[in-house]
Every structure is written in C-alpha cells, then in structure tokens.
Write a protein that binds this ligand. Structure first.
Ligand code: COA
Length: 319
C-alpha cells in the first residue's frame, strides 16, 4: 500500500505588538502611501523584548496539535524552519520538543529562509511516505525583526515576526500530492545577513537586500514553479482551488496569481497585516484560511515560496 501524508491540523501565532506604517514614518524616511503602493503592507507584528522564536512556535504548535485532535506524545518527528533560532544550539526544534514535553523523536531545524516551511513540509512528507514517521509537527517560526537594521528603509518596512504550524499524519491517499525544492547559491549576495558564527561575526549582523533584483528573480522563478508542479502532476490551472503564496509583497503575489489565471479571491493574502514573516508566512496564511472556513476539506491547494539563498519551492496538496 502506498503511504501518503495529509494535514491533520493547523495553528498560528503572532506577537501582540503591532508596528504600523505610520509608526515607521516616524522611524525612517518613508510614507504609508509608498509602503502600501510598493508592497501592500499596512502593518506587521514585532516580538517584544525577550519574546523568542520558540515562544511563538510553541503557541502555534499547541494550536496545531489541538486542531489535529492528538496528544503531543503522538508526534514522532519535529521539523522546524527558522532563520532566527533562539540559540546556536540546541536547535529550536529540540527546544520546542522540550517545551511540548515530547521525548525521543527526531527533531531538527531547517534553514532555507523564506522557503523554510516549504522545505520542512517537503522533508516531513518524505519521512511519512517512507514509514519513518507517522505524525509530524512542522513549524515555520521567525523573529526576523532581530536581524533587521531599523535604520534601513529598504528592508525595515517589509518584515514581521510570527509562527505557523501544521501536524501531518500518515494516510492511504494524498494529502500532500507533490513537493519541489530548489536552491541556487550563486544568488547569495542579493539577499543575505553577512555575519555568522562560522566567520567570526565578520560583516553586518543585519539583512542586506538588493530589493529590485530580488523582485525580478522572484517573479520569474515563481512563474516557473507553477508550471513545474502542474506539469509534474498532469494538472491544469483549473485544478487549483487555492494559492497560498509566500507573503513577501502584494505585487509578487499578484504576478503569480496571474500566471495561474486565478482571481485574487482564490489567493490567500495576509501580507497587509503580517508583512513578510519569512518561514512563518505560508503556514500562517494557510492556518488563517483554514480557520475562517475558506479552505475546505477536499480542495486542492498550491503553496509556494521564494527566499534567500536563493531557495524556492512548492507543495501541492489536497486538504
Ligand atoms: N520608503 C520610501 N522610499 C523608499 C523606501 C521606503 N521604505 N525604500 C526604498 N525607497 C526608495 C529607494 O531609495 C529608491 O529611491 P531613489 O530612486 O532615490 O534611489 C526608490 O525608493 C526606488 O527604489 P527601488 O528599490 O527601485 O523600489 P522598488 O519599486 O523596487 O520597491 C521593494 C522596493 C523593496 C518594495 C521591492 O524591490 C521589493 O519588494 N523587492 C522584493 C523584496 C522581497 O520580497 N524580499 C524578500 C524575498 S523573500
């Protein structure tokens, strides 16, 4: 019998603290009108001092576990996507595992920046398909505000903090139909945090981005992803009920929707309220649309993301 994985439950969590465009106008030389016109963003949530990535991930995970109708100890795999781990080690997945009082199962972090959740879900799906796990907790969580230069108007208006999670479990039929993961490190300098533990903290500890070039490559690449996943599964654009895109920028989302011939009513958009929450963006958007009843059981959903690396990928699933 072929094994598949399917989504059992979803959860999300945002920090209470909201930062509006109007507040940003007082911090850097920008305007609400500029930010809304170029990005669609109106506000973003920012973690308070002392509020960590694992704190956000824990709340989102507990909600996903509750929605799945299982107990934490039923989980036998934890994959956490984050660019902003609480510590260098243990991994955030291990810290989260301990918070949830789960012991012994594999737990590890995935670092693919904004594509992190797509990578984590693709990996967890393969564990379940091979029988190596039966119930996996997959999280995308970020305190991306901590690697933002709050004097750089080119980046600080774009990002926010948050966490989203899903529980997936073994099933006889999909569930997750397919996933495609890609990377090309040749683009490393277009979007990066130069400093790291391994290079002795050399360079800036904050995000540096060539926004214009990132925008151009993102739009073309996401267009290609859509063709790739549809072709690989002998599906057409008409088979997609919902697009759940990475929430980087409204104009990038609209370009991908156009490629799919999807009206914006079939695209889940949270970028206005969340900004770009990196690895948390896709699971947060997915959770929002599941909880408000837009995405229904049996519908076909295409998730996609693009991020630093560059990394990019998609997950096609029947909810
Ligand atoms: N407020 C006001 N002006 C700003 C600004 C801000 N927050 N940020 C940049 N500008 C200015 C620039 O300095 C530039 O001014 P200049 O012409 O005097 O040099 C001007 O606006 C145009 O800048 P440009 O970078 O060409 O604007 P853009 O139309 O490309 O929009 C982004 C900038 C960042 C919104 C856009 O490039 C983008 O969304 N890129 C993708 C970023 C992304 O999604 N990254 C994450 C991927 S996971």
């Amino acid at each position: 019998m072929t094994l598949y994985s399917r989504i059992l439950g979803t959860g999300g969590h945002l920090p209470r603290n909201v930062l509006t465009n109007q507040e940003l106008e007082r911090m850097v030389d920008t305007s609400d009108a500029w930010i809304r016109e170029r990005t669609g963003i109106r506000q973003r949530h920012i973690a308070e001092d002392g509020e960590t990535c694992v704190d956000l991930a824990e709340v989102a995970s507990r909600r996903a576990i509750e929605a799945a109708g299982i107990a934490p100890h039923d989980i036998d795999l934890i994959v956490m996507a984050t660019t902003t781990p609480d510590q260098t080690f243990p991994s955030s997945a291990c810290l989260l595992q301990n918070r949830l009082d789960i012991h012994g199962c594999a737990a590890f972090d995935v670092q693919a920046v904004c594509t992190g959740f797509i990578y984590a879900l693709g990996i967890a799906d393969k564990f379940i398909r091979t029988g190596a796990a039966t119930k996996a907790l997959v999280i995308g969580a970020e305190t991306i505000s901590r690697i933002i230069d709050w004097t750089d108007r080119g980046t600080c208006v774009l990002f926010g903090d948050g966490a989203g999670a899903v529980v997936i479990g073994a099933a006889d039929e999909p569930g997750i139909i397919d996933s495609h993961l890609h990377a090309d490190g040749a683009y490393r300098e277009l979007l990066q945090v130069p400093a790291g533990i391994g290079n002795g903290g050399n360079g800036s500890p904050f995000m540096e981005m060539k926004g214009n070039e990132v925008f151009r490559v993102a739009v073309t690449t996401l267009g290609r992803i859509v063709d790739e996943v549809l072709e690989a599964n002998a599906m057409t654009r008409a088979d997609i009920d919902w697009l759940v895109p990475h929430q980087a920028n409204m104009r990038i989302i609209q370009a991908t929707a156009r490629k799919l011939d999807l009206p914006m009513e079939q695209v889940v958009v949270t970028v206005e309220e969340h900004g770009n929450t990196s690895a948390a963006s896709v699971p947060l958007a997915f959770d929002a649309a599941v909880r408000d009843g837009r995405i229904e059981r049996g519908q076909t959903v295409l998730m996609e993301a693009f991020g630093g690396g560059f990394t990019w990928g998609s997950v096609l699933l029947r909810y």
